[in-house]
Design a protein around this ligand. Sequence first.
Ligand SMILES: *Cc1c(COP(=O)(O)O)cnc(C)c1O
Length: 418
Amino acid sequence: MDASTLDQQDALASFRTRFHMPRTGGSEQYYFCGNSLGLMPKDARNQVEEVLAQWSAEGVEAHFKGHSQWMPYHALVREDLALLVGAEPIEVVAMNSLTVNLHLLMASFYRPQGRRRKILLEARAFPSDRHAVASQVLWHGGDPNVDLIEIAPEPGADLIDPDALDAAINAHGEEIALVLLPGVQYVTGQAFDIARHTRIAHQVGATVGFDLAHAVGNLPLKLHEAGPDFAVWCSYKYLNSGPGAVAGAFVHSRHAHANLPRLAGWWGHDEASRFKMGPEFVPTPGADGWQLSNPPILALAPLRASLPIFKAATMDALRRKSVQLTGYLERRLTERLGDQLSIVTPGDPSQRGCQLSIRLRQGRELGQQLYRTLLEQGVICDWREPDILRASPAPLYNRFADCDGLVDALATELERHR
Ligand SMILES: *Cc1c(COP(=O)(O)O)cnc(C)c1O
């Protein structure tokens, strides 16, 4: 079927109108960068302006007045967040940024003891995740050269074999304190089976955390059922909540009342006695107990525009379209340009989200040049060193016709460089 037929049959097509589409030279862009910064929901402006209006009209009283008062403001997004990641409401909280949340949760779930001191992660983890785990190891007096087990793909391969990953967890069993894995790998777009690797890690007695930066809003998640101890994500990629938006965290309900050691702050203290201002820290149950500060209301406001869109569309319907949309882009790329590029992302839809990671056979210089040329033409992908062009059709606002736009632009440029 051609793109226009597929777009006509798309039950989610109208969701595109809820977003501002950036333009280049007067035309709407072909925007494939939702994996980096999701587009702005039109309602985001209203939500931010509501906070500004409250501030100007009520001052400090806005903490306690009106239907979106600030004191429980972070709780206004809780139900939608829980729905989005398949969690119980007590298991999720919107707070801080991704790397901060990763540190806060490692403070509780990376507790090296006796022989069990190591963190197992992927060798090509996002630099911030690598810095976070290495600095945690150092913080505990360990040595990252000894205490990090970094799982790389087989030589010459791009993807991690899930069986090899499980085997590595089993092989290092008693030495592993924490397993930290991505939901979707940011360069290759490879998706990991959260339930499966969680089960193996728990069998060897380790705690497990997931970085869902590229998975949340991309794949349907069932975090409660899958059972990791914690997960973290950012809200500015597929969640469309704006630059530096307030991030998310999940702590499994088995820990909700456990009073684990943590880096504490007053906003994590029991709500009922927070303003008694006593010196003793009593954690509020669940993920909320990891909050430090009173939340940045202005940065939270766009989540109230973006999360309801996911609820209205539903992750299951988005995923159905996403499989179709990414499959369409993959087919068009390989049929038309298969001799000039390869796709690094797994071909099996169950092992990927919407992102396709493209490598040009002619090499990285041309790839980087094409990335810039496309950008100037309003075809927005992104470039990841050393040699990957990432394109992520987002089912909320991308059309099948956008995929044609990308393939045509790539084909024209490649033709010029033959
Ligand atoms: C986007 C991303 C980050 C960014 O971290 P911030 O703390 O939000 O700046 C970290 N890790 C991964 C895997 C990412 O994809």
